[in-house]
Design a protein around this ligand. Structure first.
Ligand code: 9MG
Length: 230
């Protein structure tokens, strides 16, 4: 991934898939710490640690992580204080509930508005805990507590989230919204994912969380080539 051009590698020890087995903080730490240490030693890349667990945030930061990616937006007990203490940038993602129950009939009157309000409230909580706005990246949380229609509508109106004034991270690679929209199994979602990657960049996304790095980099470079033309 790094030789293909990735600037960040996201390392996680607890699956966020619906129905995934819960992992104790110790088990999560034992999974994540050696990988963070190894990547930090071997590769010139920013390590993003995908965790909601305060102890993992602190230890990963000590071992060289450069970003905290929390799908729970620092809502676990102690997470705000732990993230603040690391001094690292933080990605706040929108999700309602927990991965185990998030897809049980999610409901929104206006999904983009509600995602924006949620992220704005989380930024306020971060500010109160000593995490300055400049340290924050925002993520609409595609596939987290959202139906296909919620995901499509949120994607269509994603530009509205730029008004929050912070860089947007978008993760849609290989996700079920592509599978559902195109009726494709997970191994056949590359083209749908690249289409969404291009659209996300056009709508203002600054970071793409992807599996297919080389292909996505071509998409981004091609957009840049067009945008920089006379
Ligand atoms: C861990 N993880 C899985 N999907 C994700 C997404 O869309 N965004 C972020 N920030 N993390 C994700």
């Amino acid at each position: 991934m790094v030789s293909a051009g990735a600037t960040l590698i996201d390392v996680g020890g607890e699956s966020t898939r619906p129905g995934a087995r819960a992992v104790s903080p110790l088990e999560e730490l034992e999974r994540v710490a050696p990988i963070v240490e190894l990547i930090h030693r071997e590769l010139d890349v920013i390590i993003s640690v995908d965790t909601s667990t305060p102890a993992v945030m602190r230890e990963a930061a000590r071992l060289g992580a450069g970003l905290i990616n929390d799908v729970r937006s620092l809502r676990r007990d102690g997470a705000l204080d732990a993230a603040a203490a690391t001094g690292l940038p933080v990605c706040l993602m929108h999700m309602l509930g927990e991965p185990g129950d998030m897809q049980d009939n999610p409901h929104y009157a206006d999904v983009t508005l509600e995602v924006g309000e949620f992220l704005s409230r989380r930024m306020e909580q971060c500010a109160a805990a000593g995490i300055a706005a400049q340290r924050i990246i925002l993520d609409p949380g595609f596939g987290f507590a959202k139906s296909l229609q919620h995901n499509l509508s949120l994607f269509k109106h994603m530009e509205a989230l730029n008004e929050l004034g912070r860089p947007l991270l978008v993760g849609v690679s290989r996700k079920s919204m592509i599978g559902q929209a195109l009726n494709r199994p997970v191994g056949e979602r590359l083209h749908g994912g690249l289409a969404l990657a291009a659209l996300a960049v056009v709508k203002g996304a600054k970071i793409l969380r992807v599996h297919d790095v080389a292909e996505t980099i071509d998409v981004v470079r091609m957009i840049a080539a067009v945008e920089s033309a006379e």
